[in-house]
Design a protein around this ligand. Structure first.
Ligand SMILES: Nc1ncnc2c1ncn2[C@@H]1O[C@H](COP(=O)(O)OP(=O)(O)OP(=O)(O)O)[C@@H](O)[C@H]1O
Length: 586
């Protein structure tokens, strides 16, 4: 389906300039749409998929355009020879700016992009070599096999050729191990890190990728316009590109083309119609443009592309090879006990959330951590998985101290977890969510993803995810968006994702919450089966029936302190536990 759509698009692009009566004006407009679509496509990945809002993207067009303009006018470079240099300069600038920017969070990130978007605009206008505010003129046009592409019709095919190429590569990237890591950024740092993803690194990758697309657009722009000056690379243009990505459908690759078309055609139409209606004295077109864009976003919050897709029949999901060769298993830890928590302490200011707690989890054992609300159970999980730094005490896993380790390193050692508040990507399919759990068992990076050289590994990775989904009993829901499942089922999806890591120890935070009776029984069965295969489980759970019937050992916390531990039968009778739960006198 996707391939057919692409072929139709390419055919459409190929015949448009051949349409009789289509003036140069329209072709020029289409050229501009193609140039903008390249930048917007980068923003789709950066903002729509990765959740990093950038207002400064036009500045990267400037790096591409100015580099090529200088090289071709002052150093006699052929434009094509200048392309790799233009991309290298843009990429380098993106690495430098990205290293600072991607570490910002919340509203500081877009503010940061605005700050460097404005500064770079003024910088371009101040540098002598770049012709200050007048810019550089006399930039040569592109040529191909000795044929000068000076006419808008001629360069049209080059521009749209690059748009199609960028769309194919970006689609490939999103449909890969690296793409899942990019999408995981939206699910928050904690969930991504729990499966070995390095958010800062992934953010930098997507930041540079988006900048390179903008740099490519800038390079093309320089040789289409044959002149460059700072104006098209300022913050206004940056805002417009962001509009295109959002209106088209942030997160949707083809939304970039739709958004660029809409914004450019709308601006052009308004520039012609509004002055004719209201006169040229007041520039009402900008106001009307703004109002219309806001109205479109109100009507289609997810942008236009999802609306367009909904008009066509849905294609079948890509086939999944459940018999694909298994991924290499992780080296299993042999030390006993598997996990030893000794005098673990965590304070938040004056509050002692975990108060010198000690317990062990042996190989092939199911241990429950129970206690009233606020007892410190989730905090203990966060100490074991490295989400929170430990204040004092030790956590030793498989004979190795992991107290100060980062979550990614701890996941790599074989500890996988689920979360009290489900951390799935609701729009992503169950299959893709679960495949994220196998991130550390794959190797393919961005380059292999871009050029589809990762297919063998990807088939095995997806096959593994499908097997784990079937194992937890959700095979029928594999292709549904994770957010469409009931909350209890989403918790089970998290277990499948954790199993994809091939863990030695599973940490499950309230796995039975929201499950129906039969589903709880199936979950117990699954955990028993895992135990029989040597996987250890540490779980936090409020459902006492579930805990008493399943676990080998129970650790009870109250106000951060361990008040009891032992087998279920003993815990049931323990007066301190009864008091903590029922408020009964000891
Ligand atoms: N990041 C934090 N900053 C400050 N206080 C915190 C933080 N995280 C937890 N706490 C406090 O630490 C104590 C233990 O919380 P924790 O979430 O570990 O309890 P819990 O046993 O998991 O409770 P529940 O069953 O309600 O999830 C609580 O008093 C909580 O308010």
């Amino acid at each position: 389906m996707q391939r057919l759509g692409l072929l139709l698009f390419v055919a459409l692009i190929a015949v448009i300039p051949l349409l009789p009566g289509l003036s140069v004006f329209w072709i020029t407009l289409l050229d501009n749409i193609g140039l903008a679509a390249l930048v917007a496509m980068g923003l789709v990945l950066l903002t729509g998929v990765g959740g990093l809002t950038s207002f400064g993207q036009a500045a990267f067009c400037g790096f591409g355009a100015y580099t090529s303009a200088v090289l071709t006018t002052k150093f006699g470079f052929n434009p094509w020879a200048a392309l790799p240099v233009a991309l290298a300069v843009t990429g380098l600038a993106a690495v430098v700016l990205g290293l600072v920017t991607v570490r910002l969070s919340g509203h500081f990130l877009p503010l940061g992009t605005i700050a460097w978007g404005i500064s770079l605009y003024y910088l371009f206008g101040k540098i002598e070599l770049l012709g200050r505010h007048d810019g550089i003129s006399g930039v040569p046009p592109l040529s191909l096999f000795g044929w000068s592409l000076i006419e808008p019709q001629a360069v049209y095919y080059v521009i749209w050729g690059f748009v199609v190429l960028a769309a194919i590569l970006t689609t490939n990237l999103l449909d890969s191990r690296a793409g899942r890591a990019i999408r995981a950024l939206r699910g928050g740092r904690v969930a991504a890190e729990a499966f070995g993803i390095e958010p800062a690194r992934v953010k930098l990758i997507v930041f540079v990728y988006a900048a390179l697309l903008a740099g490519l657009s800038g390079w093309l722009y320089a040789h289409v316009q044959r002149a460059v000056n700072p104006t098209p690379f300022g913050i206004n243009a940056g805002i417009e590109y962001l509009f295109m990505a959002v209106v088209g459908g942030a997160g949707q690759i083809w939304g970039a083309v739709v958004g660029a078309s809409l914004v450019i055609l709308l601006k052009d139409a308004l520039q012609r119609i509004v002055p004719a209606l209201f006169g040229t004295a007041a520039q009402y077109e900008t106001i009307v443009f703004g109002v219309l864009l806001v109205a479109i976003l109100q009507g289609a919050r997810d942008g236009l592309w999802p609306r367009i897709v909904a008009l066509f029949p849905k294609g079948a999901p890509a086939p999944v090879d459940r018999d694909a060769a298994p991924l290499p298993g992780r080296q299993k830890a042999k030390a006993e006990p598997l996990l030893a928590v000794t005098a673990a302490r965590k304070t938040f200011g004056g509050l002692v959330a975990v108060n010198d707690v000690s317990f062990q989890v042996k190989r092939g054992e199911i241990v429950a951590l129970i206690g009233p609300n606020g007892a410190g159970k989730s905090t203990t999980f966060n100490l074991i998985t490295g989400v929170l730094p430990i204040t004092a005490g030790d956590v030793v896993f498989a004979g190795r101290p992991i107290g100060g380790e980062r979550p990614q390193a701890i996941a790599g050692l074989g500890i996988a977890r689920s979360f009290q508040h489900v951390k799935l990507l609701p729009e992503m399919s169950v299959l893709d969510n679960v495949a994220l759990g196998a991130h550390l068992r794959g190797q393919a990076g961005v380059m292999r993803g871009l050029f589809r050289l990762d297919r063998a590994e990807e088939t095995r990775l997806i096959g593994e995810a499908a097997r784990q989904i079937a194992r937890v009993g959700l095979a029928d829901h594999m292709h549904k968006p994770a957010g469409s499942l009931a909350l209890g089922q989403q918790r089970i999806v998290e277990i499948a994702r954790a199993l994809c890591l091939d863990p030695d120890l599973l940490l499950l935070d309230e796995p039975a919450a929201g499950l129906r009776h039969l589903e709880k029984a199936a979950l117990s069965e699954l955990l028993r089966h895992l135990r029989s295969q040597g996987v250890s489980v540490l779980l936090v759970e409020h459902d006492m029936g579930f805990v008493m019937n399943l676990t080998d050992h129970i650790v009870v916390l109250d106000f951060g302190t361990k008040i009891a531990e032992g087998p279920p039968a003993a815990i049931k009778q323990n007066p301190a536990v009864l008091a903590a739960y029922l408020g009964a006198p000891e």
